[in-house]
Each structure stands twice: as C-alpha cells, then as structure tokens.
Ligand binder design. Structure first.
Ligand code: NAP
Length: 272
C-alpha cells in the first residue's frame, strides 16, 4: 500500500503547500490537501476565494496518478483538525507524512503599537495550528505502525528576526522548539520530526511583503526584489519547488536518521 501525506495550507496554487503536494504526488504518495479557504475580505493581502483554488490543486495532484482529498480546515480549530484526521482515516486508513505548512504573516509593527489580537492571531495560526495538527494526527500515525514523518514549516525569521516582526518571528521560533521536543517524543515510533526554515520564497505571502516594502520605501516592486536578490548568495529568490524538494527528501527513506533538525533553506541569505 502506498504512502499518504497530509499538507495544510495547500490551497494557493503558487504557494509552498501546493508545490509540496505536487512533489509528493510525483513520488506516488496520496495526498490530503487542506486550507482555510478564506473569503477575500478576510485576507490581509487580497486574493480570491480559495476553495476553487484548493480543488484545482487537488485535481492536478490526481492527474499525476495518485488519490487526493481536499478539505476546508482552519488549523486553529481543534474540532476541524480532528475532523480532518478522521476524514483522512476514512478515505485512506493511514497517515505517513504530515506537512504543517499553513501559516500567515502580519505587516511589520513595533511591539509598543502592535494590537494584542495580532500577536495572538500569529501564535494561534503559526504555532497552535502546528501543535493541534500534530496532536490529532499522531494517534493515526502511531497506530499505523509504519513510522512516519512530521515536517513543520518554520521560517528563517525564527533565528534571524527582522525589526518589527516580533509576532511572526516568535511564532516560527515556537515551531522549531516544539519540533525539537516532539522529535524526542516520537522517535520510539519510528517517526521523525523536522522543521524547515525557508528564507525568501516567491509566493503570494512574500509578494505581499515586498509590495508593502515598495509602498513604504517609495520604491518600485522590481527594485525591492532586485535588492533582495543581491543579498542572496545563490543569486535568486527561492521557489516553492525548492521547499517541496526538501520536504520530499525529509519524507523519504533516505532521511530516516534526520530528526529534530531546523534546516535553513535560504540560498545563503542569512550569511549576508
Ligand atoms: P501562502 O501561499 O500564503 O500559503 C499559506 C497558506 O496557509 C495559505 O493558503 C493560507 O490561506 C493558509 N492559511 C492561513 N491561515 C490558515 C489557517 N488558520 N488554517 C489553515 N490554513 C491557513 O504562503 P507560503 O509562502 O506558501 O507559506 C507557506 C508556509 O511557509 C507558511 O507557514 C509560511 O509562514 C512559511 N514561510 C514562507 C516564506 C516565504 O518567503 N514565502 C518564508 C518562510 C516561511 P489564505 O491564503 O486563504 O490565507
């Protein structure tokens, strides 16, 4: 029987989650794709209603010859997360790879002016969401007796926080600490847990950040982008497929001995 993966935050066709789902499908893995599918008005950075986008990503995955399941899930809601795992169990009977990718970012804000709600929301989505998905997925993974992989999306911001990004950085640092503690807890079941720390990846989230920077600094978007690329030793911005590639490796048999790690994926940006 083939492996089954669950990828949260997979509803944006140009996002990291969708690239991860496609990459795992390439490996013959069946994929559960979930996303909050927010209405445009709820999004800080606009965008369209994501359910259609999520099901389109799921259809693409199916076209690659594996099965998929698309679910509307807010990772901050334990009842929804519980149902997501139950639906995974019902359709596939197992879960081998959990990719906690769902995440959000808020605009820069000095701590003294930050809305308390904004801080709480960052922690809820980026940290509590990861905790809830792990908590509810683990019994299914452990009961399967086949070992497994947990891959949590942190950020380079966790270890190289930029000014005014305290809430996002703290929430992503929490992901690393949680992953490293969890790795010790689940090793006996043959499950590894690792965190990926992407740098700058060309997705809707990053583009929104660069547009904001362009506005605040009265520059063109392309100027912001090219100044960013100048600071990346690899000479380009990251692509969702770069992250997907690392996820596929961590999910593979070859990565059996890698656990509790926080792996930078930045093109070397943090060095410059
Ligand atoms: P993205 O396209 O915005 O993907 C994030 C996805 O998570 C979106 O589909 C978003 O839905 C969804 N989401 C937000 N809140 C959710 C919730 N409560 N429950 C379920 N889903 C929720 O951005 P991305 O760049 O691919 O980000 C993927 C992950 O990588 C995130 O954890 C992000 O923090 C991390 N990361 C990204 C970068 C980068 O440069 N892009 C760098 C470091 C780390 P909506 O769009 O509907 O809100």
């Amino acid at each position: 029987m083939g492996k089954v993966a669950l990828v949260t935050g997979a509803g944006r066709k140009n996002g990291i989650g969708a690239a991860v789902a496609r990459r795992l499908a390439q490996e013959g893995v069946d994929v559960v794709l979930s996303d909050i599918c927010a209405a445009p008005a709820e999004l800080p950075h606009g965008g369209n209603a994501a359910w259609a986008e999520l099901t389109a990503v799921a259809a693409k995955v199916e076209n690659m010859g594996v099965s998929s399941l698309a679910l509307r899930v807010d990772v901050t809601q334990s009842a929804e997360v519980r149902k997501m795992i139950a639906a995974t169990k019902k359709k596939f009977g197992r879960l081998d790879i959990l990719v906690n990718n769902a995440g959000a970012i808020i605009g820069p804000s000095p701590v003294r002016y930050m809305a308390e709600e904004a801080w709480r929301r960052m922690m809820e989505i980026n940290a509590t969401g990861v905790f809830l998905c792990c908590q509810h997925a683990l019994p299914l993974m452990i009961d399967g007796g086949n070992g497994g992989r947990i891959i949590n999306m942190s950020s380079i911001a966790a270890v190289r926080p930029r000014i005014y990004m305290s809430a996002y950085a703290a929430s992503k640092a929490a992901v690393i600490a949680m992953t490293q503690s969890l790795a010790q807890e689940v090793g006996e079941f043959g499950i590894t847990a690792n965190a990926i720390l992407p740098g700058d990846v060309d997705t809707g989230m990053k583009q929104w950040g660069m547009k904001l920077e362009a506005m605040v600094t009265a520059q063109e978007y392309d100027e912001v982008l090219s100044a960013l690329v100048d600071r990346i030793p690899a000479g380009r911005i990251g692509q969702p497929e770069d992250v997907a590639q690392l996820v596929a490796f961590l999910a593979s048999e070859s990565a059996e001995f890698i656990t509790g790690q926080a792996i930078n994926l930045t093109g070397g940006r943090e060095l410059s």
